[in-house]
Design a protein around this ligand. Structure first.
Ligand code: MG
Length: 169
């Protein structure tokens, strides 16, 4: 494997674990303010991010490439209201999309078709993640200022259940 592609894939393990940590921090925020449905939604999101990290880990293992685990950064976002959390989520997903695109570009440049095929799943996944993050903002804009609507939105989000990723390595 090309050294740059390898380095970027290895870094992505850390970025995905950081994503999990960030969403756990979101979940923690919502738990503190009593919105347990939002807390549930982000706790499951954190679980998905751990799955993503393990997919990058497993891909490198399968390719007999060395994995180097680095320290996971502290979640660094500050929130003064619910909307701040949701906007930080969208901003973060756009950043992750740019990371996936950068790895894809490096693999493309090296004609590393296997890595490109592996990344295809993540390209699609990032589209869904950005849509979900946008939807959360839209719903909060529509319903967040009315307590009864916010209660029902919280109920809706409490129904989210964890499902394992469709990509299996
Ligand atoms: Mg992810």
């Amino acid at each position: 494997m090309n050294a740059n592609v390898h380095e970027l894939l290895n870094q992505q393990i850390n970025k995905e674990f950081y994503s999990a940590y960030l969403y756990l921090d979101f979940s923690n925020y919502f738990e503190d303010v009593g919105l347990d449905g939002f807390a549930n939604w982000y706790k499951i999101q954190a679980q998905e991010e751990r799955d993503h990290a393990m997919l990058f880990y497993q891909y490198l293992q399968n390719e007999s490439q060395k994995v180097t685990l680095e320290a996971i950064a502290k979640p660094d976002k500050e929130f003064t209201c619910h909307m701040d959390v949701l906007k930080a989520g969208l901003e973060h997903e756009k950043y992750v999309t740019s990371l996936i695109n950068d790895i894809y570009a490096a693999a493309y440049e090296d004609k590393d078709f296997r890595t490109m095929q592996f990344l295809d799943w993540f390209v699609k996944e990032q589209g869904e993640e950005e849509t979900n993050a946008n939807d959360m903002i839209t719903k909060m804009e529509l319903f967040g200022s009315d307590p009864r609507s916010l209660y029902m939105l919280n109920q809706e989000l409490s129904a989210r259940v964890y499902t394992a990723p469709s990509l299996v390595l």
